[in-house]
Design a protein. Structure first.
Length: 374
Protein backbone atom coordinates (compact mmCIF):
# COMPACT_ATOMS: atom_id res chain seq x y z
CA UNK A 1 0.00 0.00 0.00
CA UNK A 2 2.81 2.43 0.92
CA UNK A 3 4.56 1.68 -2.39
CA UNK A 4 1.29 2.33 -4.26
CA UNK A 5 0.86 5.70 -2.53
CA UNK A 6 4.43 6.70 -3.37
CA UNK A 7 3.88 5.66 -7.00
CA UNK A 8 0.67 7.69 -7.12
CA UNK A 9 2.37 10.78 -5.69
CA UNK A 10 5.22 10.41 -8.19
CA UNK A 11 2.75 10.14 -11.07
CA UNK A 12 0.92 13.25 -9.85
CA UNK A 13 4.21 15.17 -9.59
CA UNK A 14 5.23 14.11 -13.10
CA UNK A 15 1.84 15.17 -14.48
CA UNK A 16 2.10 18.56 -12.77
CA UNK A 17 5.60 19.05 -14.20
CA UNK A 18 4.39 18.16 -17.70
CA UNK A 19 1.58 20.69 -17.38
CA UNK A 20 3.87 23.48 -16.20
CA UNK A 21 6.39 22.73 -18.97
CA UNK A 22 3.56 22.98 -21.48
CA UNK A 23 2.49 26.31 -20.01
CA UNK A 24 6.02 27.69 -20.32
CA UNK A 25 6.46 26.57 -23.92
CA UNK A 26 3.11 28.02 -24.97
CA UNK A 27 3.65 31.24 -23.04
CA UNK A 28 6.92 32.15 -24.77
CA UNK A 29 6.45 30.09 -27.94
CA UNK A 30 9.72 28.15 -27.86
CA UNK A 31 10.47 24.54 -28.77
CA UNK A 32 12.77 23.72 -25.86
CA UNK A 33 12.19 24.67 -22.19
CA UNK A 34 15.61 26.31 -21.99
CA UNK A 35 16.60 29.95 -21.60
CA UNK A 36 20.04 31.24 -22.46
CA UNK A 37 21.02 33.40 -19.49
CA UNK A 38 21.75 37.04 -20.30
CA UNK A 39 25.45 37.59 -19.55
CA UNK A 40 26.81 41.11 -19.91
CA UNK A 41 30.44 41.23 -20.95
CA UNK A 42 30.64 37.71 -22.37
CA UNK A 43 27.91 37.75 -25.00
CA UNK A 44 26.01 39.80 -27.54
CA UNK A 45 23.45 39.16 -30.23
CA UNK A 46 25.51 36.31 -31.73
CA UNK A 47 24.90 33.97 -28.79
CA UNK A 48 21.27 35.04 -28.47
CA UNK A 49 20.65 34.21 -32.14
CA UNK A 50 22.40 30.85 -31.80
CA UNK A 51 20.24 29.94 -28.80
CA UNK A 52 17.07 30.95 -30.66
CA UNK A 53 18.04 28.88 -33.69
CA UNK A 54 18.62 25.89 -31.40
CA UNK A 55 15.02 26.12 -30.21
CA UNK A 56 15.71 27.84 -26.89
CA UNK A 57 14.98 31.39 -25.75
CA UNK A 58 17.95 33.61 -26.58
CA UNK A 59 18.60 36.61 -24.34
CA UNK A 60 20.23 40.02 -24.69
CA UNK A 61 21.78 41.64 -21.58
CA UNK A 62 20.79 45.32 -21.68
CA UNK A 63 21.78 46.85 -18.34
CA UNK A 64 25.21 48.01 -19.53
CA UNK A 65 24.19 49.09 -23.04
CA UNK A 66 23.39 52.69 -24.02
CA UNK A 67 20.12 53.03 -25.93
CA UNK A 68 21.73 53.23 -29.37
CA UNK A 69 23.80 50.09 -28.80
CA UNK A 70 20.82 48.19 -27.39
CA UNK A 71 18.70 49.05 -30.43
CA UNK A 72 21.50 47.88 -32.72
CA UNK A 73 21.71 44.55 -30.87
CA UNK A 74 17.94 44.04 -31.03
CA UNK A 75 17.96 44.76 -34.75
CA UNK A 76 20.87 42.34 -35.23
CA UNK A 77 18.81 39.57 -33.62
CA UNK A 78 15.75 40.45 -35.71
CA UNK A 79 17.76 40.31 -38.94
CA UNK A 80 18.95 36.79 -38.20
CA UNK A 81 15.94 35.08 -36.67
CA UNK A 82 12.21 35.52 -36.38
CA UNK A 83 12.04 33.43 -33.21
CA UNK A 84 11.11 34.85 -29.79
CA UNK A 85 13.92 36.33 -27.70
CA UNK A 86 14.35 38.00 -24.33
CA UNK A 87 15.75 41.40 -23.36
CA UNK A 88 17.07 41.55 -19.80
CA UNK A 89 17.19 44.69 -17.64
CA UNK A 90 18.19 45.49 -14.07
CA UNK A 91 15.49 46.83 -11.75
CA UNK A 92 17.71 48.00 -8.89
CA UNK A 93 17.27 51.32 -7.12
CA UNK A 94 20.20 53.52 -8.11
CA UNK A 95 21.93 54.72 -4.90
CA UNK A 96 23.26 58.23 -4.41
CA UNK A 97 27.04 58.47 -4.47
CA UNK A 98 28.41 59.22 -1.02
CA UNK A 99 31.69 61.15 -1.08
CA UNK A 100 32.94 59.73 2.22
CA UNK A 101 32.09 56.19 1.17
CA UNK A 102 33.77 56.63 -2.18
CA UNK A 103 36.88 58.00 -0.47
CA UNK A 104 36.98 55.02 1.90
CA UNK A 105 36.70 52.61 -1.04
CA UNK A 106 39.47 54.33 -2.93
CA UNK A 107 41.62 54.25 0.20
CA UNK A 108 41.05 50.49 0.51
CA UNK A 109 42.24 50.06 -3.08
CA UNK A 110 45.31 52.29 -2.73
CA UNK A 111 47.90 49.49 -2.46
CA UNK A 112 46.71 48.13 -5.81
CA UNK A 113 46.47 51.61 -7.35
CA UNK A 114 50.07 52.34 -6.38
CA UNK A 115 51.23 49.06 -7.91
CA UNK A 116 49.71 49.96 -11.28
CA UNK A 117 50.55 53.66 -11.12
CA UNK A 118 46.88 54.67 -10.93
CA UNK A 119 45.36 57.68 -9.20
CA UNK A 120 41.92 59.07 -8.37
CA UNK A 121 41.91 60.66 -11.83
CA UNK A 122 41.59 57.16 -13.31
CA UNK A 123 38.31 56.42 -11.51
CA UNK A 124 35.52 56.03 -14.04
CA UNK A 125 32.42 58.22 -13.90
CA UNK A 126 29.06 56.57 -13.16
CA UNK A 127 28.12 53.12 -11.99
CA UNK A 128 28.20 51.32 -15.32
CA UNK A 129 24.86 49.53 -14.87
CA UNK A 130 21.63 51.46 -15.29
CA UNK A 131 18.24 50.54 -13.83
CA UNK A 132 15.21 50.15 -16.08
CA UNK A 133 13.70 53.57 -16.78
CA UNK A 134 11.59 55.53 -19.24
CA UNK A 135 14.18 55.30 -22.02
CA UNK A 136 14.35 51.53 -21.77
CA UNK A 137 10.55 51.26 -21.55
CA UNK A 138 10.23 53.21 -24.79
CA UNK A 139 12.65 50.78 -26.47
CA UNK A 140 10.48 47.87 -25.31
CA UNK A 141 7.38 49.60 -26.74
CA UNK A 142 9.21 50.25 -29.99
CA UNK A 143 10.53 46.74 -30.59
CA UNK A 144 7.95 44.68 -28.67
CA UNK A 145 10.15 41.68 -27.79
CA UNK A 146 8.40 38.45 -26.88
CA UNK A 147 9.96 38.39 -23.41
CA UNK A 148 11.36 41.03 -21.04
CA UNK A 149 13.20 39.86 -17.94
CA UNK A 150 14.44 41.66 -14.86
CA UNK A 151 17.11 41.16 -12.24
CA UNK A 152 16.81 42.68 -8.74
CA UNK A 153 13.02 42.59 -8.62
CA UNK A 154 10.59 44.45 -10.86
CA UNK A 155 10.53 48.10 -11.96
CA UNK A 156 7.99 50.56 -10.56
CA UNK A 157 4.40 49.94 -11.59
CA UNK A 158 4.11 52.63 -14.28
CA UNK A 159 7.16 51.23 -16.06
CA UNK A 160 5.98 47.64 -15.67
CA UNK A 161 2.59 48.64 -17.09
CA UNK A 162 4.36 49.88 -20.23
CA UNK A 163 6.18 46.57 -20.58
CA UNK A 164 2.92 44.68 -20.15
CA UNK A 165 1.18 46.89 -22.70
CA UNK A 166 3.82 45.91 -25.28
CA UNK A 167 2.57 42.33 -25.05
CA UNK A 168 5.82 41.02 -23.57
CA UNK A 169 5.91 38.11 -21.18
CA UNK A 170 7.61 39.25 -17.95
CA UNK A 171 10.21 37.16 -16.12
CA UNK A 172 12.23 38.00 -13.02
CA UNK A 173 14.73 36.31 -10.72
CA UNK A 174 13.99 35.16 -7.19
CA UNK A 175 16.65 33.99 -4.74
CA UNK A 176 14.21 33.19 -1.91
CA UNK A 177 10.63 31.99 -1.57
CA UNK A 178 9.63 35.41 -0.23
CA UNK A 179 11.05 37.08 -3.33
CA UNK A 180 9.20 34.60 -5.56
CA UNK A 181 5.89 35.41 -3.89
CA UNK A 182 6.59 39.13 -4.22
CA UNK A 183 7.34 38.76 -7.93
CA UNK A 184 4.17 36.79 -8.61
CA UNK A 185 2.09 39.35 -6.74
CA UNK A 186 3.85 42.12 -8.67
CA UNK A 187 2.93 40.72 -12.07
CA UNK A 188 5.73 38.36 -13.14
CA UNK A 189 4.50 35.72 -15.60
CA UNK A 190 7.52 33.46 -15.06
CA UNK A 191 9.88 33.22 -12.08
CA UNK A 192 13.52 32.23 -12.38
CA UNK A 193 14.62 30.46 -9.20
CA UNK A 194 18.29 31.44 -8.89
CA UNK A 195 20.25 29.07 -6.69
CA UNK A 196 23.37 30.01 -4.78
CA UNK A 197 25.51 28.04 -7.27
CA UNK A 198 24.81 30.50 -10.08
CA UNK A 199 27.57 32.61 -11.59
CA UNK A 200 27.37 36.39 -11.87
CA UNK A 201 25.18 38.70 -9.82
CA UNK A 202 22.69 37.42 -7.28
CA UNK A 203 19.17 38.71 -8.01
CA UNK A 204 18.58 39.54 -4.32
CA UNK A 205 16.22 42.46 -3.84
CA UNK A 206 14.47 42.07 -0.48
CA UNK A 207 17.53 41.55 1.70
CA UNK A 208 21.32 41.57 1.55
CA UNK A 209 21.53 38.81 4.15
CA UNK A 210 23.49 35.98 2.51
CA UNK A 211 22.18 33.49 5.07
CA UNK A 212 18.81 33.66 3.26
CA UNK A 213 20.38 32.18 0.11
CA UNK A 214 20.13 28.50 -0.74
CA UNK A 215 21.19 26.13 -3.48
CA UNK A 216 19.11 25.53 -6.59
CA UNK A 217 17.85 22.12 -5.59
CA UNK A 218 16.69 23.37 -2.19
CA UNK A 219 15.20 26.61 -3.50
CA UNK A 220 13.47 25.17 -6.58
CA UNK A 221 10.87 22.84 -5.00
CA UNK A 222 10.01 25.45 -2.38
CA UNK A 223 9.39 28.12 -5.01
CA UNK A 224 7.36 25.69 -7.13
CA UNK A 225 5.16 25.00 -4.12
CA UNK A 226 4.77 28.69 -3.26
CA UNK A 227 3.69 30.17 -6.61
CA UNK A 228 1.30 29.29 -9.43
CA UNK A 229 3.30 30.69 -12.37
CA UNK A 230 5.91 28.58 -14.22
CA UNK A 231 9.27 28.36 -12.45
CA UNK A 232 12.57 28.16 -14.32
CA UNK A 233 15.60 26.78 -12.47
CA UNK A 234 19.04 28.33 -12.76
CA UNK A 235 22.34 27.80 -10.98
CA UNK A 236 24.57 24.74 -11.35
CA UNK A 237 22.65 23.37 -14.34
CA UNK A 238 25.33 22.44 -16.82
CA UNK A 239 24.75 18.93 -18.15
CA UNK A 240 22.12 16.29 -18.79
CA UNK A 241 22.07 15.05 -15.19
CA UNK A 242 21.46 18.46 -13.63
CA UNK A 243 18.79 19.26 -16.24
CA UNK A 244 16.97 16.04 -15.37
CA UNK A 245 17.24 16.83 -11.65
CA UNK A 246 15.66 20.25 -12.21
CA UNK A 247 12.77 18.73 -14.10
CA UNK A 248 12.26 16.04 -11.46
CA UNK A 249 11.97 18.78 -8.83
CA UNK A 250 9.22 20.55 -10.73
CA UNK A 251 10.99 23.09 -12.94
CA UNK A 252 9.06 24.18 -16.02
CA UNK A 253 12.39 24.89 -17.68
CA UNK A 254 16.03 25.71 -17.07
CA UNK A 255 18.24 28.73 -17.62
CA UNK A 256 21.92 28.16 -18.39
CA UNK A 257 24.75 30.67 -18.33
CA UNK A 258 28.17 29.31 -17.35
CA UNK A 259 27.52 26.23 -19.49
CA UNK A 260 27.46 28.50 -22.57
CA UNK A 261 30.47 30.66 -21.75
CA UNK A 262 32.79 28.41 -23.77
CA UNK A 263 30.40 28.28 -26.72
CA UNK A 264 31.76 29.26 -30.13
CA UNK A 265 29.26 32.12 -30.31
CA UNK A 266 30.07 33.55 -26.86
CA UNK A 267 32.25 36.67 -26.60
CA UNK A 268 34.06 35.40 -23.50
CA UNK A 269 37.57 36.90 -23.50
CA UNK A 270 40.63 34.69 -24.00
CA UNK A 271 41.69 35.33 -20.39
CA UNK A 272 38.25 34.37 -19.07
CA UNK A 273 38.07 31.28 -21.29
CA UNK A 274 41.47 30.15 -20.07
CA UNK A 275 40.41 30.54 -16.44
CA UNK A 276 37.20 28.57 -17.05
CA UNK A 277 39.21 25.73 -18.60
CA UNK A 278 41.78 25.62 -15.79
CA UNK A 279 41.73 24.06 -12.34
CA UNK A 280 41.05 27.55 -10.96
CA UNK A 281 37.41 27.15 -12.04
CA UNK A 282 36.96 24.70 -9.17
CA UNK A 283 37.08 27.58 -6.69
CA UNK A 284 34.49 30.33 -6.98
CA UNK A 285 33.31 32.82 -4.38
CA UNK A 286 30.66 35.46 -3.85
CA UNK A 287 32.24 38.90 -3.92
CA UNK A 288 31.19 42.54 -3.84
CA UNK A 289 34.52 43.92 -5.06
CA UNK A 290 33.66 44.50 -8.70
CA UNK A 291 30.27 46.22 -8.46
CA UNK A 292 29.16 46.41 -4.84
CA UNK A 293 26.58 43.69 -5.44
CA UNK A 294 27.06 40.06 -4.52
CA UNK A 295 28.27 38.07 -7.54
CA UNK A 296 29.97 34.70 -8.00
CA UNK A 297 33.24 34.43 -9.87
CA UNK A 298 36.51 32.53 -10.04
CA UNK A 299 38.80 33.50 -7.19
CA UNK A 300 41.81 35.59 -8.20
CA UNK A 301 44.36 37.80 -6.48
CA UNK A 302 41.97 40.75 -6.04
CA UNK A 303 39.42 38.57 -4.24
CA UNK A 304 42.07 36.90 -2.09
CA UNK A 305 43.88 40.05 -1.01
CA UNK A 306 40.99 42.52 -0.72
CA UNK A 307 38.69 39.89 0.78
CA UNK A 308 35.71 38.57 -1.17
CA UNK A 309 33.21 40.71 0.77
CA UNK A 310 34.85 44.05 1.54
CA UNK A 311 32.86 46.37 3.86
CA UNK A 312 34.38 49.45 2.20
CA UNK A 313 32.82 48.69 -1.18
CA UNK A 314 30.00 51.14 -2.04
CA UNK A 315 26.56 49.68 -2.83
CA UNK A 316 25.71 48.22 -6.23
CA UNK A 317 26.65 49.37 -8.82
CA UNK A 318 28.90 52.16 -7.51
CA UNK A 319 31.93 50.05 -6.54
CA UNK A 320 32.69 49.43 -10.21
CA UNK A 321 33.95 52.96 -10.84
CA UNK A 322 37.10 52.46 -8.76
CA UNK A 323 37.52 48.73 -9.42
CA UNK A 324 37.39 49.01 -13.22
CA UNK A 325 40.78 50.78 -13.65
CA UNK A 326 42.50 47.89 -11.86
CA UNK A 327 40.97 45.39 -14.28
CA UNK A 328 42.00 47.47 -17.28
CA UNK A 329 45.56 47.93 -16.02
CA UNK A 330 46.04 44.25 -15.20
CA UNK A 331 44.56 43.04 -18.48
CA UNK A 332 47.01 45.26 -20.36
CA UNK A 333 49.64 43.03 -18.79
CA UNK A 334 47.70 39.91 -19.87
CA UNK A 335 46.64 39.24 -16.29
CA UNK A 336 43.15 38.34 -15.09
CA UNK A 337 44.00 38.84 -11.40
CA UNK A 338 41.73 41.90 -11.16
CA UNK A 339 39.05 40.79 -13.62
CA UNK A 340 35.51 39.76 -12.78
CA UNK A 341 35.71 36.13 -13.88
CA UNK A 342 32.03 35.36 -13.41
CA UNK A 343 31.30 31.65 -13.22
CA UNK A 344 28.99 29.25 -11.41
CA UNK A 345 30.07 26.50 -9.06
CA UNK A 346 29.77 23.86 -11.79
CA UNK A 347 32.10 25.78 -14.13
CA UNK A 348 34.54 22.82 -14.39
CA UNK A 349 31.80 20.92 -16.23
CA UNK A 350 31.39 23.58 -18.95
CA UNK A 351 32.29 22.30 -22.42
CA UNK A 352 33.28 23.82 -25.73
CA UNK A 353 31.33 23.57 -28.97
CA UNK A 354 28.56 25.44 -30.70
CA UNK A 355 25.66 26.74 -28.62
CA UNK A 356 23.37 24.27 -30.39
CA UNK A 357 25.64 21.35 -29.46
CA UNK A 358 25.86 22.43 -25.81
CA UNK A 359 22.11 22.97 -25.57
CA UNK A 360 21.51 19.58 -27.20
CA UNK A 361 23.77 17.79 -24.71
CA UNK A 362 22.05 19.42 -21.73
CA UNK A 363 18.50 18.89 -23.04
CA UNK A 364 19.25 15.20 -23.57
CA UNK A 365 18.77 14.84 -19.82
CA UNK A 366 15.41 16.58 -19.85
CA UNK A 367 13.70 13.81 -21.76
CA UNK A 368 11.02 14.01 -24.42
CA UNK A 369 10.03 17.68 -24.58
CA UNK A 370 6.79 16.73 -26.33
CA UNK A 371 5.72 15.20 -23.02
CA UNK A 372 5.39 18.71 -21.68
CA UNK A 373 4.37 20.56 -24.82
CA UNK A 374 1.34 18.62 -25.97
Amino acid sequence: MLREKKTCRLAQTQEQTMNTVSRLLKLIQIRLPLIQAPMAGVQGSRLAVAACRAGALGSLPAAMLPAERLCAEIEAVRRQTDRPFNINFFAHKQPQADAAQQAAWLQALQPFYREFGLSEADVAAGGGRQPFGEEQAEIVLRYRPAVVSFHFGLPEQTLLDKVKSSGAVVMSSATTVEEARRLEAGGADIIIAQGLEAGGHRGMFLSRDLTTQSGTFSLLPQVCAAVSVPVVATGGICNAATARAARDLGAAGIQIGTALMLADEADTSPLHRAALQSSRAEYTALTNLFSGGFARGIVNRFIREAGPINPAAPPFPLAQAAAAPLKAAAEKQSSDEFSSLWAGQNAPLAETGSAAEIIGRIMAGWGNVSEGSE
